[in-house]
Ligand binder design. Structure first.
Ligand SMILES: Cc1cc2nc3c(=O)[nH]c(=O)nc-3n(C[C@H](O)[C@H](O)[C@H](O)COP(=O)(O)OP(=O)(O)OC[C@H]3O[C@@H](n4cnc5c(N)ncnc54)[C@H](O)[C@@H]3O)c2cc1C
Length: 533
């Protein structure tokens, strides 16, 4: 292969794998896919519950830390991101949620024309394959599995609580717009089914596609506002490749704005501080950062939960053997077992909170280490679906290997503060149902159950944590003054370059964002191919 390719894709994550597949479908198109991380053929990546191990493994994870967050009592947060083929879809918790209709109406309002629910739901239908014991629906490349029959028996108490609260009980949570149900996952035959499994591995032998692992992109070469090529490092050697048609940035919500900024595209004051020569003042690059925050409370119980199975060495060994021999048992099922969208009160026009109820009590510390309690427990976690605060990702060095400064700027709007209180109220409400009370021995945080609004807000500030959904850092919109890319994902003011990944979202969607990221990448590939006939 030459140094020239029709398309150069930066990042083989959730979005990048889809682009590599679609853009190389026509053998006449040559495609280079560059990924900073290495192979995803690792036991803990393929094992669904293995993300407790990949969560802070530097071999597959960028392991970012945010700056102190003033509205979260100056706490810093650990932000894992996949640095491996498959990107974050190789280390995530595999829950699949499309998002809600109103999320995409808001995308359109923000300037993402043709990204309404009507548009995006067609794409979802064409890329999904829903597999349950009873039936298979759809024949798309992404397998979404219904594992409800294999989930922990303790989850029946969560479903009973949902009934008591009169919530709908959806059969398929991945497409449902409201109610608590069993989480459907991107797994297949007891293994993780990442974007790489769905889109890249099946086609990696195509002659017109070159996949380069351990290749860190250091800079995009831009001449006269045209993106021409990329400079990257492989095994300490500098390499250059050039694009005949387009360069597509799919390095994720932290990586994409960082690469743009070190290449001279971003807010001029940020670039100046880091000594980067300005190519194009694009004030919103890195600036629209959004994320989901959740508050989680733990309870002890005398019933069996996953802690009984996994909270001791003996249980872990049994679970390991069962998984190796049969690809079943606790290691084959992601930990988020029941979840869904609910309304914070009856006046809410749309469901505005996401609930998770898991048959396990565990915690992770600031450094990404996971601890599973040895005694039987469970957790209830609630996240406001549509945060409105915006933070930033700004470089502090021209060297792409130096982590950028991540300012999450959480709870910076009145609306987010109100929703934080409502999230706490929702946990109190669920924990106070007869179904949950009858199996609760003790709340770990005894005071929480009696907190008033002020107390709940303080508790959120002290304990809420990221749900790992950073997005919107190169967001779609109409003009360079309030966005980075247009509705065709092209960077305002530059030629031959687009951003296609979670950073392209205009606003955060309800629920976990891997599904909307993959949907966005699939539609983006169609747009790119149309534009280049
Ligand atoms: C621990 C965790 C749990 C999560 N759980 C869920 C869940 O259950 N459900 C859900 O829907 N979502 C979940 N998410 C979020 C979801 O996985 C991500 O939002 C999604 O994968 C983002 O896709 P992306 O394509 O934007 O970026 P990524 O998938 O992160 O891909 C970016 C890729 O670019 C590469 N890259 C970056 N910089 C460079 C560079 N300079 N040169 C070359 N390559 C580079 C990275 O290594 C990476 O492979 C979770 C995320 C994490 C981290």
């Amino acid at each position: 292969m030459s140094k020239n390719f029709d398309y150069i894709i930066i990042g083989a994550g959730s979005a990048g794998c889809i682009l590599a597949n679609k853009l190389s479908e026509n053998p006449k198109n040559t495609v280079l896919l560059l990924e900073a991380g290495g192979s995803d053929q690792k036991f803990w990546i393929k094992t669904p519950l293995g993300y407790a191990f990949t969560y802070n493994d530097p071999k597959v994870n960028w392991r970012y830390n945010t700056e102190p967050d003033k509205n979260l009592n100056n706490r810093t947060a650990y932000w894992p991101r996949g640095k491996v083929i498959g990107g974050s879809s190789s280390i995530n918790a595999m829950a699949y949620f499309r998002g809600l209709e109103n999320d995409f109406s808001d995308w359109e309002k923000a300037g993402a024309e043709n990204w309404s629910w009507v548009n995006v739901s067609k794409t979802y239908q064409s890329i999904e394959k829903h597999v349950s014991k009873k039936e298979v629906l759809g024949d798309g490349p992404i397998q979404i599995s219904d594992l409800s029959e294999a989930m922990h028996p303790f989850t029946k108490h969560f479903m009973a609580a949902a009934k008591e609260l009169n919530w709908p009980e959806p059969i398929n949570t991945s497409t449902a717009l409201e109610g608590l149900g069993y989480v459907h996952n991107t797994t297949k035959n007891g293994k993780r089914f990442s974007s790489a499994d769905a889109f890249l591995h099946p086609i990696k032998k195509r002659k017109n596609l070159q996949i380069l692992k351990n290749a860190t992109v250091e800079k995009i070469i831009i001449k006269n506002l045209h993106a021409k090529g990329v400079m990257y490092e492989v095994k300490k050697a500098k390499k250059y490749s050039y694009a005949n048609k387009e360069i597509i940035l799919s390095a994720g919500a932290i990586g994409s704005p960082q690469i743009l900024q070190v290449s001279g595209v971003g807010p001029k004051e940020v670039l100046k501080k880091s000594g980067v020569e300005l190519i194009k003042h694009s004030p919103e690059v890195g600036q629209g950062l959004q994320d989901h925050l959740a508050i989680t409370k733990y309870f002890s119980t005398s019933e069996r939960t996953l802690n009984t199975d996994l909270g001791n060495i003996f249980g872990k060994v049994i679970a390991g053997i069962k998984y190796i021999l049969t690809k079943s048992g606790p290691l084959s099922i992601p930990v988020n077992q029941t979840s869904g969208f609910v309304r914070s009160d009856i006046k809410s026009v749309v469901p505005d909170l996401q609930v998770y109820a898991n048959p396990i009590a565990y915690s992770t510390d600031q450094h990404g280490r996971t601890y599973v309690n040895s005694k039987s427990g469970f957790l209830i976690s609630v996240q406001p679906s549509r945060s409105t605060s915006r933070g930033s990702v700004n470089i502090q060095s021209p060297n792409v290997k130096v982590s950028p400064l991540i300012n999450a700027n959480s709870l910076n709007t009145k609306d987010d503060q109100l929703m934080a209180i409502k999230a706490g109220r929702m946990i109190q409400q669920i924990a106070n149902t007869k179904a949950i009370k009858s199996v609760t021995k003790k709340a770990f945080d005894v005071n929480f159950m009696n907190l008033d609004d002020e107390g709940l807000l303080n508790s959120f500030r002290e304990f809420a944590s990221t749900v790992y959904h950073p997005c919107c850092t190169c967001r779609m919109g109409r003009s360079i003054n309030n966005s980075v890319i247009n509705n065709k994902l092209q960077i305002h003011g530059l030629k031959n370059i687009r951003v296609v990944d979670a950073s392209s979202f205009p606003n955060i969607t309800s629920g976990n964002i891997n599904a909307p990221t993959m949907m966005l990448a699939y539609r983006a590939a169609e747009i790119i191919l149309e534009d280049n006939v």
